[in-house]
Design a protein around this ligand. Structure first.
Ligand code: C2E
Ligand code: MG
Ligand code: MG
Length: 606
């Protein structure tokens, strides 16, 4: 339409057609003067604008739209150049007296000094579509992990729930959930900073996506529907759906571990991590997606506990253990407050003459309902929940005070040393040196009367642990390497550790008499230790035969049920008194070790 052409110029059929067009156009067309006076308006315009008109008066557009577009008049005044846009697609809500709320869109264009033309249309549907699109974009964003652009926790939970609701013909669900946690990720974050850590996580995500063939939810129904997702931090989830056999899960889990363990190059630095995976297979799955993820996470923690870089299949017993752990943690806090912990003492004797060289202090927990709880059960929990510092200090303090008391009571005949176990977490904490110094001071025990036991695997760890061991040694205390033979370090590494005594593990001692290989290993350990100026103690000696053999092999000291089980302080004191009273040391040559062991005194036995 050319609005400024004179209708008289048009041929009658064309004019007719134009009128028809104006009348029937499904869009509102109108023409106004700059003050808003309507000079032309087609029926669609009138129909659309009528709900806004007061008393049905459509004479002035600005007055009609005064409430919904109050600035329109000013906008028209500002657009004075011919061809200037007054507004384009300006949206106006309309609430008719009947029917639902609509939205009108209006565009106005200045034609010349006297004329503004415009069009009005109903954009309700368009606005609704836009809102839907926006809502779905927001929904996607709330279901997407912004760092990796993978589905996030809520998205994967939804898919797990869908998988749970889709059992196979036999009724068994055909999916597996793999809960992945990167091992040693914290160290990467510390060395490369957060930006480096983020890059690593994106690379992990890419490798996961590349390893697990993915099918979108809209894919053919019989194709497997695999999903990779990030839960947050260094935790990822892979949902394998449409599986056939359980071998699939194991080989995929292993493939993921292999892929994630390959080195990463970040800012020219080669970074190594591995992954621990907890697997929930359909047949062990809980009924609810959140519970499935929790179970998979428990299995993942088991994989970590076992050293990481592996996958563990969830079984109900894993959950039982976790529940028991949780309960123990709460109870252990109470145990510390209510003095349910106590220390037992096991003698360590000189194999050559049976003299009592010292005692090893071992912690016990007298639980009001469960009875006596083994340290094997609760030391690890204490480490995990940050209670090990308090437990460790309690044992150290009790042991030092006890030896000081024995030294006061038995004088020169008192044992010269007490040995206290340190756990990994204690050794990782820089406060340990101060703690030991403080306890020595408050108990009045000379530093050389205290021995601290660390295990091979702890001692063999990084430079910071080594530095800590040297700090401790600088206090004047002795260090023993506990459970030697069960860990990773070999005889060749012994010389690199700042230790004074090697404690040969019970597993070597128990069958040394019948197993030549073990005997040879003990002999070699004794020889190497001696050449390095270290002494040796054999753990777990239960028979006189074992004691005699170890003495023949030149091992210095022995510890085990043969002499005594670990005893609570009063029983240990009594044991010591009897031992000292009965001391009638035979000449060493005629003494085949501590050949006349005094049986454990009556009293508490642990
Ligand atoms: P460990 O330091 O190697 O302690 C020796 C363990 O062997 C003790 O077990 C002791 O009761 C047991 N044992 C001693 N002689 C014999 C024997 O002749 N035959 C047999 N079968 N066993 C014997 P316990 O007291 O259950 O302690 C187990 C482990 O728990 C200890 O191994 C030590 O690693 C840890 N532990 C104990 N007390 C503490 C503690 O206060 N702090 C820390 N961090 N760990 C502790
Ligand atoms: Mg020990
Ligand atoms: Mg040991």
């Amino acid at each position: 339409m050319k609005p400024d052409s004179d209708p008289e110029d048009l041929q009658p059929p064309a004019y007719e057609a134009l009128i028809q067009f104006l009348y029937q156009a499904p869009i509102g067309l109108l023409q106004i003067r700059p003050d808003g006076t309507v000079t032309m308006m087609n029926p669609r315009s009138a129909q659309l604008l009528m709900p806004l008109a007061r008393q049905g008066n459509l004479d002035n557009l600005f007055e009609v739209l005064d409430e919904v577009a109050p600035d329109l008049r000013a906008m028209a005044d500002a657009a004075i150049e011919p061809g200037a846009l007054v507004c384009e697609g300006l949206r106006m809500p309309v609430t008719p007296t009947t029917g639902s709320r609509r939205v009108l869109g209006i565009s106005l264009l200045r034609l010349d000094a006297h004329t503004i033309m415009g069009c009005v249309n109903d954009v309700t549907h368009e606005v609704e579509l836009e809102q839907q699109r926006l809502a779905s974009r927001m929904r996607d964003a709330s279901r997407t992990d912004s760092l990796t652009l993978m589905p996030n926790r809520s998205a994967v939970l939804e898919r797990i729930q869908q998988a749970l609701a889709r059992p196979d013909a036999s009724g068994a669900p055909t999916f597996a959930v793999l809960f992945i946690n990167c091992d040693r990720f914290n160290r990467v974050n510390l060395t490369l900073g957060q930006a480096g850590g983020d890059r690593l996580l994106r690379m992990v995500a890419e490798r996961l996506n590349g390893t697990v063939r993915q099918r979108d939810a809209v894919g053919p129904a019989r194709e497997p529907l695999h999903t990779t997702a990030r839960l947050g931090g260094d935790e990822f989830v892979v949902l394998l759906d449409g599986l056939r056999g359980s071998e699939d899960v194991h080989s995929i889990a292993q493939r993921l571990i292999d892929t994630l363990s390959r080195p990463y190059l970040i800012d020219g630095v080669e970074v190594h991590i591995s992954a621990s995976i907890g697997v929930v297979a359909g047949n062990h799955a809980a009924a609810e997606a959140n519970a499935v993820l929790q179970d998979a996470s428990l299995a993942m923690q088991e994989a970590k506990r076992a050293g990481g870089g592996r996958h563990v299949l969830f079984t109900p017993s894993i959950k039982d253990i976790a529940t028991r752990r949780g309960a123990l943690e709460v109870e252990l806090r109470r145990a510390l407050e209510q003095s349910e912990l106590f220390v037992v003492y096991q003698p360590i004797v000189e194999l050559a003459d049976g003299r009592v060289a010292g005692f090893e202090a071992l912690v016990r927990w007298q639980h009001p309902q469960r009875g006596l709880v083994s340290p094997v059960e609760f030391i690890e929990i204490a480490e995990e929940c940050g209670l090990i510092g308090a437990v460790g200090e309690f044992v150290l303090d009790s042991a030092c005070r006890q030896l000081a008391a024995w030294q006061r009571r038995f004088g020169a005949q008192a044992p010269g040393m007490v040995s206290v176990n340190l756990s990994r977490a204690q050794l990782q904490d820089a406060v340990i040196t101060d703690q030991v110094a403080r306890v020595l001071e408050s108990s009045g025990l000379p530093a050389q009367a205290l021995q601290l036991e660390v295990t091979e695997s702890m001692a063999a760890q990084g430079d910071d642990i080594r530095a800590r061991l040297l700090e401790l040694k600088a206090l004047g205390i002795a260090l023993a390497l506990d459970d030697f033979g069960t860990g990773y370090s070999s005889l060749a590494c012994l010389g690199q550790l700042p230790i004074d005594t090697v404690k040969i593990d019970r597993s070597f001692v128990s069958d040394a008499e019948s197993n030549l290989h073990k005997r040879v290993l003990i002999e070699a350990t004794v020889r190497v230790a001696r050449s390095l100026g270290m002494s040796t103690t054999a753990e777990g000696i239960e028979t006189e035969g074992q004691a005699a053999l170890l003495a023949t092999l030149d091992c210095n000291k022995g510890q085990g049920y043969l002499w005594s089980r670990p005893l609570a302080a009063p029983a240990a004191t009594q044991w010591l008194a009897e031992r000292i009273g009965a001391a009638d040391p035979m000449p060493a040559e005629t003494h085949p070790s501590a050949a006349a062991p005094l049986r454990a005194a009556s009293g508490f036995r642990a």
